[in-house]
Each structure stands twice: as C-alpha cells, then as structure tokens.
Ligand binder design. Structure first.
Ligand code: UT7
Length: 330
C-alpha cells in the first residue's frame, strides 16, 4: 500500500521576541495572568514593514530544501495552510514558490484555521496515496500578529508568528500519514472570527473604526469545545487503528493554551515524556503550531515512532492524525 511519509521538516520563527513583561506595558495584564491562564511566556513577531506570512513560509521552505537536499524543481505541489494570507489573492503558496525561485510547481492555500496543518497534511498525503505526485510540500505559515489588536488584552497575549513545513514522499513501508479524523461544524462562526475584510463586510472606514479586522474570540466557549473535540477526535483515530496511549510515542496537541493541553493529557493519561509542548516560547501560531513543535523535537524521533497530532480551530474545524515517523534523527 502506498503511503505518504514525511521525509523532512523545517521551521522558521522571526528573531523579534515579545515577552509577557512587554505586553504588560501595553495592556492591563501581567506575566502571572498569562503564565497561569495560558502558559505562554513569550512569542515571536514579524515586524519588518511589507513582510507577511509568505516571508515566514519561504524561510521555512528554504531551510527544508537545504536540510533534505531536494532539488526544488522536483517539488510538484506546495500546499500552504494559513489564516493570514499575504493577500486575499493570489495564494500565499504561489508567493512562497516565487520567493524561493520555484517555477516548476503548482500551489494553493488551505483555510482551516488552527487545524490547517492537519487538513493540508491529509490533502498532500492523498495526492501521494493516489499516485498523482511524488514530492509534495505542506507549509503552515502564520503572521498572526497581522490580525491581533495589541490594545485588546483578551487576545494579544495569545498569538505569535511562525512557519513550518514538511516534505511528503511515497513509501511502501508501514509509516507516514496512516489515518485522520477531521470535522467541521459551522456553528463556531460567531465564537472565533475576523468579522470584516471578507466578502460579507469588505474593508471600510466603519469596519476599521470598529476594530473588525482583528481576531475576535469567545475564549471560554472555544476552550470547552477545543478540549472536548480534540479528545474525541484523538480517541476516534486511536480506536480506529487499534491503538491505546501505551502504543503511542508522542502526542502533539495544537498549542493554544497549556490548560487545554493538560486537560487532553489528563484524559488520556499521557506521560510527560510523550507530550510535546513548546507554547511557552511561541504562543498560539495557529496552523503552524503542530509542525513547529514537530520540528523542535525532530532530534528525538526514531523511524517507527507513532504520533497522534490533534488540532482545533475556527469554523469550528478540528481533528486528529495518526502519523508514523519515517526516519531516524541525524
Ligand atoms: O487556536 C484556536 C482555538 N483557541 C483556543 O483554543 C483558545 C481557547 N480559549 C482559551 O485559551 C482561554 O479561554 C483564554 C486564554 C482565551 C482566556 O482564558 P480564560 O481562563 O477562559 O479567561 P476568561 O476569558 O474567562 O477571562 C477571565 C478573566 C476576565 O475577567 P472577569 O470578567 O472575570 O473580571 C477577563 O477580563 O480574565 C480577564 N482577562 C485578563 N486578565 C488579565 C482576560 N484576558 C486577560 C489578560 N490579563 N490578558
């Protein structure tokens, strides 16, 4: 059976760090509140004028090309998961390809909010399993700071900028993207949304005056659904593949709130060494959070390691992927 295996991973975060102490100078918050309620200490911000998610994604892709030694002309498809496209059109994938100097690929964006990496990974894997393509790059690139109101204490501590990407290639071995359980429930719309800037409420002086081009989140409501839905989808994908938590080597939940991650860990009784977390340094980087975490811990992974990746985001869109790692760390 043909499967899609991850044969390389890379990430990029901007150099500029925004600490909790700095945020406390900007809004009525404190390091203590952010640390205890969310588990974030700092996040990275892309500040350079005229730069966007594609700059983060291009840096991650350049690093993937260097790490894997792949000839960029061999990359057949680039799928970019982002909620922060450089422009409404064209796709950020096409801009990333241009920035990296790739003219021999095709690319498009996926909008699945914080679940974007899992949705894009599933799409990329399906191309490979169908025998359509042999080299697919899945990128998650998020300049989250572009949708954050740094006067709103409810949201400004939460998010950070990052990009990460993986190379998918075919394998006949028992590894790669093994299965996924993905869901959407559109009732999430009013609870996590940027209300203006789309076709329903195009940009106008009124929308700007009302701060409608920033992320709005009903935190408590989203929190409850994030916990329940990441648990149920992880449970479903493990059950379907005859796995218990003892069979799983690593769990990576979307990094939105340490308390959400801890609730998932508690439900499944996940030992500390199996739970991969880096929210404290990067905050919620939306679609980039899971591949950013994979990239950070790549040095630990061995061929055959079993992963449950689970994410939840706007829509609501959520799910879990069962992944088997394809190579030993160098
Ligand atoms: O990535 C996509 C999915 N997103 C998520 O999964 C995020 C889910 N939600 C959450 O992580 C949490 O709900 C938040 C971190 C957003 C908020 O934490 P919370 O524990 O749910 O706080 P809350 O919104 O219920 O607010 C509690 C209190 C409020 O004060 P009152 O009304 O009780 O007096 C807020 O005004 O904390 C206040 N508060 C703050 N205080 C200091 C809210 N933000 C801050 C802040 N600093 N930054």
């Amino acid at each position: 059976m043909l499967r899609a295996k991850i044969t390389g991973i890379a990430s990029y975060v901007p150099d500029d760090v925004l600490t909790n102490e700095e945020l406390a100078q900007m809004v009525d918050t404190s390091d203590e509140w952010i640390t205890t309620r969310v588990g974030i200490k700092e996040r990275r911000i892309l500040r350079a004028e005229g730069t966007g998610s594609s700059d983060l994604g291009a840096k991650a892709l350049q690093s993937l090309i260097e790490k894997t030694g792949i000839d960029p002309r061999e990359i057949e498809v680039i799928i970019c998961a982002t909620s922060n496209p450089d422009f409404r059109f064209p796709s950020t994938a096409s801009i990333i390809a241009e920035k990296v100097g790739i003219k021999t690929t095709y690319g498009y964006d996926i909008q699945a909010a914080c679940a974007g990496f899992l949705v894009a990974l599933q799409a990329g894997a399906a191309y490979i399993q169908a025998g359509l393509y042999k080299k697919v790059v899945v990128i998650a690139a998020e300049k989250m700071s572009s949708m954050v109101n740094y006067k709103d204490r409810n949201t400004c501590p939460l998010f950070g900028d990052a990009a990460a990407c993986v190379l998918l290639e075919p394998t006949e071995e028992e590894c790669g993207v093994m299965d996924s359980v993905l869901h959407t429930d559109g009732m999430g719309l009013p609870h996590l949304v940027m209300t203006a800037g789309g076709s329903v409420r195009p940009a106008s002086h009124t929308t700007i005056d009302k701060n409608e081009h920033y992320v709005y989140q009903d935190g408590r409501f989203v929190f409850k659904h994030a916990v329940a839905d990441m648990i149920s989808s992880s449970d479903a994908v493990m059950h379907r593949n005859g796995l218990t938590i003892d069979d799983v080597d690593y769990v990576i939940p979307h990094q939105a709130n340490l308390r959400i991650i801890e609730a998932i860990a508690e439900r499944f009784n996940i030992p500390e060494e199996k739970l991969l977390v880096n929210i404290q340094h990067y905050g919620n980087t939306s679609a980039a959070s899971i591949p950013l975490c994979l990239a950070e811990y790549e040095h630990r992974f061995k061929k055959g390691d079993k992963f449950i990746l689970t994410a939840f985001g706007a829509g609501f869109t959520w799910g879990a992927v069962y992944l088997v790692w394809g190579y030993d760390a160098k």
